[in-house]
Design a protein around this ligand. Structure first.
Ligand code: NAD
Ligand code: TYD
Length: 361
């Protein structure tokens, strides 16, 4: 039986991926290592209760003894590495934990895999998929073409810099030790189970409560949006069919300015839940994020040509599915919005969004 170690499986993409993988490979043993930070939520994985092919281990990817022990106790031949600190705004408030988890944690996993897969014959049937971001390529201008996998790295936030460091380590372990590493860089994901600090679920929550929707700067920054189910499909294909040592860009072919994304979200919400009134009145322009990258966009020709993958879900359709999911999972939403969540909003936005006094850092 194939045993796959998924790190960060209690987070947004990790949880979606675990459900996806179970459907794709019902006979695989899924081992989920997650520290359960503010972003990790076991409730997202309630569908795995009593599933004998699933094991949850609470722990830190930077804990060398724990990670080595997992490789000793389980016959792991696949690693899909999601665990990370993932929110740019938090990296601006507290960069240290990003370096620890994203760089040191990734190194710890690579090192443990290298030890466990020392025998070249065994290593040839193993794969380590490191999940990364488009943000490592830096900010694009309006006329720049979407970046390919060979573009130079130019990270500009502490989050992006820590992910770039992790990517370089992953690539180095392939070149130096022959570790069967694959790297993927994807654009902004959205969909079920996303922690409601990120743009789409955050704006949705604010709209449902009739609270201000804070848009940084003029709302002209452009992101490409990838429905998480499309992303999971791409990852599953790269894991099994990708060429080791290579990098694959994964994008949604849905570039849009933030203000337009939010307007589309609000229009769809009004359609699905009429009677909320004119929601665009809630849009509030707030001071920009420091060093806010203007645009990200990925060229996905490589994964299309090599693996035949392309995104299937349009932004309009994906937003509708996302909204419908959140509307029918109000309990999940209420429980993830803990005191820690409220403290972050207070520190990040102050009175503008929470209604309570407080400084904007
Ligand atoms: P997330 O923040 O929702 O989840 C991260 C998970 O990692 C959480 O369950 C958390 O508890 C766990 N974790 C954090 N630190 C840990 C540690 N030290 N040890 C073990 N577990 C730890 O993140 P996400 O949005 O699901 O992103 C998953 C991966 O995809 C990340 O590597 C991120 O950089 C990358 N990515 C995400 C996006 C996006 O739009 N969400 C875009 C590009 C790349
Ligand atoms: P985010 O979801 O934090 O992802 P990232 O910064 O990693 O792309 O933000 C997406 C875009 O939305 C980004 O340009 C910042 C912007 N944004 C706002 O304008 N207001 C907000 O409250 C948030 C959370 C993000």
């Amino acid at each position: 039986m194939t045993c796959v170690l998924v790190t960060g499986g209690a987070g947004f993409i990790g949880a979606n991926f675990l459900y996806f993988l179970r459907q794709e490979h019902p006979d695989w043993h899924l081992l989920n290592l997650d520290l359960l930070t503010y972003a990790g939520n076991l409730e997202s994985l309630s569908g795995f209760q009593d599933d004998a092919r699933y094991t949850f281990v609470r722990g830190d990817i930077a804990d060398r003894a724990l990670v080595e022990d997992l490789f000793t106790r389980y016959p792991i031949t696949r690693v899909v590495h999601f665990a990370a600190e993932s929110h740019v705004d938090r990296s601006i408030l507290d960069p240290g934990v990003f370096v620890r988890t994203n760089v040191i944690g990734t190194h710890t996993l690579l090192e443990a895999a290298r030890q466990a897969w020392k025998d070249p014959a065994a290593a040839s049937s193993c794969r380590f998929l490191h999940v990364s971001t488009d943000e490592v390529y830096g900010s694009l201008g309006p006329g720049d073409p979407p970046v390919t996998e060979t573009a130079p790295y130019a990270p500009r936030s502490p989050y992006a810099a820590s992910k770039a460091g992790a990517d370089f380590l992953a690539r180095a372990y392939f070149h130096t030790y022959g570790l069967p590493v694959l790297v993927t860089n994807c654009t902004n994901n959205y969909g079920p189970y996303q922690f409601p600090e990120k743009l789409i679920p955050f704006c949705l929550c604010q709209a449902l409560e009739g609270k201000p929707i804070p848009i940084y700067g003029q709302g002209t920054n452009v992101r490409d949006w990838l429905f998480v189910e499309d992303h999971c499909q791409a990852l599953a294909q790269v894991l099994e069919q990708g060429r080791v040592g290579e990098t694959y860009n994964i994008g949604g072919l849905s570039e849009m300015a933030n203000l337009d994304v939010v307007r589309l979200l609000l229009d769809s919400l009004q359609e699905l839940r009429p009677g909320l009134g004119d929601l665009t009145r809630l849009i509030t322009l707030v001071p920009d994020r420091p060093g806010h990258d203007w645009r990200y966009a990925l060229n996905i020709d490589k994964i299309q040509a090599q693996l035949g993958w392309r995104p299937r879900v349009t932004l309009a359709a994906g937003l509708k599915r996302t909204i419908a999911w959140y509307l029918s999972h109000q309990d999940w939403l209420d429980r993830v919005r803990s005191q820690v969540y409220r403290d972050f909003l207070q520190q990040q936005y102050g009175a503008r969004v929470t209604g309570k006094g407080g400084p904007k850092p």
